[in-house]
Ligand binder design. Structure first.
Ligand code: FAD
Length: 288
């Protein structure tokens, strides 16, 4: 089923994200985590794509196929295009078609260290046009409420986001954010710029203090004082930090839904317990 058809139903949607293992020997444990996450019945599960050099790119398809076929959840496998070729993408797309997977999350991927993009694609919009020409796929793309790190300013980023959507992107998922006002402001600006596709709000439950250093710094997301105080206070106590991080993310989601936001994507990162806690915190809200 196409994700755009799920998003167009008149209901709040909740989706989760998992990432593939780096080596075959870890596949089963990741698959088991995905099985438990799928049993929570999210609207779909996205599966990230490692940079080609990381060696785990082939596991994205294998994991997506298993979640789709064995666990019965709709899937959104990611595909990056930096340093990739038309031929490689054509093969991937053909394989997804054969597996009966209708959705692809299209990304450029992070630039190599020297900043030089080789291969057939410069931007995600090039990949979108290529995939659109090869079949009837539902296509997602990334967006950045605080601006992409390489962009000169937010206006320029939104100009290129419009180009991405006009290239055939059916919906957008945001980079993680911790301050909902940043998201509301972004939504207002992109709607004014004529971007009308559904936007999934990306929420990352921060469940240990070191995540603030790693993923959050990389994403460039602003960390509000309120959340910084939580990490300062509970960071050295793993169980308390986890609970506080889940509560913070749940509160963000409640506020989003109360303000009319219909689609929430949670970066659950192979943690079924985090996914289950979020689902449980929202059980009545999602059925409202
Ligand atoms: P693009 O849309 O190509 O944009 C990149 C930059 O180029 C932006 O600054 C944009 O403003 C600018 N730009 C776009 N088009 C043009 C143009 N025509 N001319 C000039 N400038 C332009 N990375 C992974 O490796 N694997 C993943 O699975 C993955 N999943 C992600 C999921 C989400 C929801 C998000 C938000 C990010 C994800 N990323 C992933 C990270 C992503 O690959 C990086 O943020 C990357 O740096 C940009 O990818 P993009 O698709 O947004 O690129």
């Amino acid at each position: 089923m196409k994700i755009i058809d799920i998003l167009q139903q008149d209901k709040v949607t909740l989706s989760f994200e998992v990432f593939p293992p780096k080596k075959e020997s870890s596949f089963e444990s990741v698959q088991n985590a995905a099985r438990v996450i799928a049993a929570l019945r999210p609207d779909f599960i996205s599966i990230t794509y490692g940079a080609a050099a990381s060696g785990n790119s082939r596991f994205t398809m294998k994991l997506a196929d298993s979640i789709h076929r064995d666990f019965g959840s709709e899937v959104l496998p990611h595909l990056t295009c930096v340093n990739s070729s038309h031929e490689f993408v054509k093969d991937m797309i053909q394989s997804y078609k054969e597996l009966g997977i209708d959705n692809i999350m299209t990304l450029r991927g992070d630039l190599p260290e020297d900043g030089n993009v080789t291969g057939d694609y410069q931007h995600a919009s090039d990949l979108i046009q290529d995939i659109k020409s090869q079949g009837d796929f539902c296509i997602g793309g990334a967006c950045y409420p605080e601006g992409h790190v390489e962009s000169k300013n937010k206006a320029e980023d939104i100009k290129y986001l419009k180009l991405k959507v006009d290239s055939g992107c059916d919906f957008l998922t945001t980079q993680m954010f911790f301050d909902n006002n940043i998201f509301y402001n972004f939504l207002y600006r992109i709607r004014e710029a004529g971007i009308q596709v559904p936007v999934l709000a990306g929420i990352m439950p921060i469940t240990n203090a070191s995540q603030l250093g790693r993923s959050v710094q990389l994403s460039g997301s602003n960390v509000p004082e309120r959340f910084r105080a939580i990490v300062d206070y509970f960071g050295s106590s793993p169980a308390a930090m986890k609970q506080a991080g889940i509560i913070y993310a749940s509160e963000q989601i409640v506020d989003l839904i109360a303000n009319g936001i219909k689609h929430i994507h949670v970066y659950t990162m192979n943690h079924p317990d985090v996914a289950a806690a979020i689902m449980s915190n929202l059980s009545a809200i999602l059925n409202n």
